[in-house]
Design a protein around this ligand. Structure first.
Ligand code: RIB
Ligand code: CA
Length: 330
């Protein structure tokens, strides 16, 4: 099998961790490097969590520290005040309830990240690459936007961007926005309008492939450290979402793993449409929202494809098969 060249951009994060496991264990990808940004937690935590997952997986992929803050969002005054934000963690009885723990309960990493910063490395890696590379952003699009701005010629080396972000009918952090886009709306807008081929793995698709306690058991049954940790993360996602009132059903999407799986198994996405769309960068309710022009006259000039539905059974089978390779995958 020819492995697809891939660069991950994560904000690790429970579902980022599971996505990393799939990417590195499945044997389907040549992971050239992993960039890390702020997102689910501030950068020091997302970086440390990424290093911890690499240690758990015993893989020598290089990790690069990326953006600690969005392009402009911290300079947009007051937008948080007029938006209803869903809290993803809270303290209760001295204990933290969080969908994304600050620090994973894994051994401390011995090896650090590379000295070179993510954006500089990405530009160099792409400019020197003989082949086109698939970029898979699983957090804010800050690193990719910065690299494209600094060196537009990298566009020629990008096969495709398969990105977890946005939501059309489904949103999470605000009434209008999904969190990866909300965390850096200007970067999301820039990348979507870059003209590069993009598959957006939205909340519509990830919420169409929810995992429950049954899947926690399936992951546990794998019986190795990757399966155990994935089961722990999924159970925590389901429990925390319920305790925080984010969701009424006892299920959770493992958003980011769907994007990785869609790179090698496009059929895991069962409804995908090329549509005219953009990201709102205003300062009110709609900030960070992905909007689709549904008018019959709309022409999708950019090659942006929006995923709406996914095959949960296939996704779960693929994940289980990948994690089983913990002992053997190189
Ligand atoms: O909205 C889901 C996305 O937000 C996922 O990438 C998750 O890790 C968080 O970053
Ligand atoms: Ca993420």
């Amino acid at each position: 099998m020819v492995r697809k060249s891939m660069i991950l951009d994560v904000d690790t994060g429970s579902d980022d961790a599971i996505a990393m496991m799939y990417a590195m264990l499945s044997g389907e990808f040549d992971v050239k490097g992993i960039m890390v940004s702020f997102g689910n937690q501030p950068l020091p935590y997302t970086l440390k969590n990424t290093l911890k997952v690499r240690k758990l997986l015993r893989r020598d992929v290089k990790i690069y520290k990326g953006a600690a803050e969005p392009l402009m969002a911290n300079m947009v005054q007051g937008f948080r005040n007029n938006t209803e934000i869903i809290p993803l963690e809270r303290e209760e009885g001295g204990k933290s309830i969080a969908i994304h723990e600050k620090e994973f309960p894994l051994p401390e990493p011995e090896d650090a990240e590379e000295d070179e910063r993510a954006v500089f490395w990405l530009i160099k890696a792409l400019m020197q690459s003989d082949e086109k590379v698939t970029i898979v952003p699983l957090g804010p699009l800050t690193n990719l936007a910065l690299a494209l701005m600094a060196e537009p010629r990298i566009a020629d080396k990008i096969e495709e961007i398969v990105c977890m972000g946005g939501g059309v009918q489904v949103t999470n952090i605000t009434p209008c926005a999904e969190i990866n886009f909300f965390n850096d709306p200007e970067a999301a807008k820039y990348v979507l309008n870059s003209g590069l081929p993009i598959r957006l793995i939205t909340l519509d698709a990830t919420h169409n492939s929810w995992f429950g306690y049954e899947e926690v058991e399936r992951l546990k049954e794998i019986g190795n450290p990757a399966g155990d940790f994935a089961a722990y993360l999924l159970k925590n996602r389901i429990d925390a979402a319920n305790m925080l009132g984010v969701r009424k059903v006892k299920k959770s999407a493992i958003h980011d793993v769907l994007a990785v799986a869609a790179v090698s198994h496009p059929e895991v996405i069962t409804d995908i449409r090329r549509q005219k769309c953009d990201v709102d960068i205003g300062g009110s309710w709609a900030r960070g929202g992905l909007f689709v022009d549904k008018r019959p006259s709309a022409v999708a000039e950019k090659p942006v494809y929006i995923a709406y539905r996914a095959n949960k059974e296939l996704l779960c089978d693929l994940l289980v098969e990948a994690l089983k390779k913990y002992e053997t995958a190189d």
